[in-house]
Design a protein around this ligand. Structure first.
Ligand code: SAM
Length: 270
């Protein structure tokens, strides 16, 4: 069995009982930085052989892991923090495991982007996770263009020393969108600061530690008129919801007056 295990993003207590059991059961633990993972394992008094597994040796290591798995060894894969495969190595390995029909499972747990999305309090009905922006060149321009055209919530990982540059780019393309800078999740100085992108210069954000940027959806593009509400009600009914359920869904999703939505639903055939 191969366990792909989510690990804490700061607070060592955010490990699951299943994760500890799997780590204890493993003969080998593949991790990004052995010093980092040692801190977690020492805390839980788990003594295992650690092997490095990072973006530069993922393919080579995958072959090795598969060979061990075929011998019947139990192996765990972790990254420095959070869920392996999310802006971290892991997905190439999983692709290979699927191709070679090797048994594996993923043990859920913390991930910075899901925690940040909820922590930000911004719209999360539909969102796009971009991970780290490319540092420069055409690749960065293309991603920024994608963000400019994206109307739903967008999430980015960012290093604190690159925050000014990224915010300057965002001020140019989407000055009127709200953004939440969520820092140091699960740690002592956990915080969020939410503001209009064009007001970045007036914010007092500590540029240290780890951070996630959550850009709110473009509210200006949605005009919630009667036509829009009827369209959303029809969509919900089309998905199999009863009229009453469709009304509740539209009321909750768009924060609307229940009477207004109910009245508009009367003439819709269900
Ligand atoms: N695999 C990880 C996950 O599931 O979240 C992400 C790994 S990525 C290499 C590291 C980035 O995640 C950091 O640069 C930061 O943007 C974000 N991050 C990780 N821990 C965080 C925390 N405690 N608070 C805020 N952001 C965090």
């Amino acid at each position: 069995m191969i366990y792909i295990i989510a690990t804490p993003i700061g607070n060592l207590k955010d490990i699951t009982i299943r994760a500890l059991e799997a780590l204890n059961e493993s003969e080998l633990i593949y991790c990004e930085d052995t010093r980092n993972t040692s801190v977690l394992l020492n805390h839980y008094e788990i003594k295992k052989k650690l092997v490095s597994f990072h973006e530069h040796n993922e393919l080579k290591r995958s072959e090795e892991i598969i060979a061990y798995a075929k011998e019947g060894k139990v192996i765990s894969i972790v990254s420095d923090a959070g869920m392996p495969g999310i802006s971290d190595p892991g997905s190439k390995l999983i692709g290979e495991l699927i191709r070679q029909e090797i048994e594996y499972t993923v043990l859920p747990g913390p991930s910075a982007f899901t925690t940040a999305l909820v922590y930000s309090g911004l719209n999360n009905d539909v969102f796009k996770f971009i991970g780290f922006l490319p540092v420069k060149g055409k690749a960065r321009k293309e991603k920024l263009e994608m963000i400019k055209n994206e109307k739903d919530t967008v999430m980015l990982y960012e290093a604190p020393h690159k925050l000014d540059k990224t915010m300057a780019d965002l001020v140019e393309i989407i000055p009127n969108r709200r953004i939440s800078v969520v820092r140091e999740l699960t740690k002592i100085y956990e915080s969020q600061t939410t503001f209009l992108i064009k007001d970045y210069e007036n914010q007092d954000i500590v540029k240290k530690g780890e951070m996630v940027l959550v850009i709110d959806k473009d509210e200006e593009t949605i005009e919630i008129n009667d036509e829009f509400i009827i369209e959303k009600l029809e969509e919900a009914i089309g998905r199999g919801l009863r009229k009453k359920e469709a009304v509740s869904e539209v009321v909750d999703t768009y924060g609307l007056n229940k009477n207004r939505v109910y009245k508009l639903s009367i003439d819709i055939e269900a």
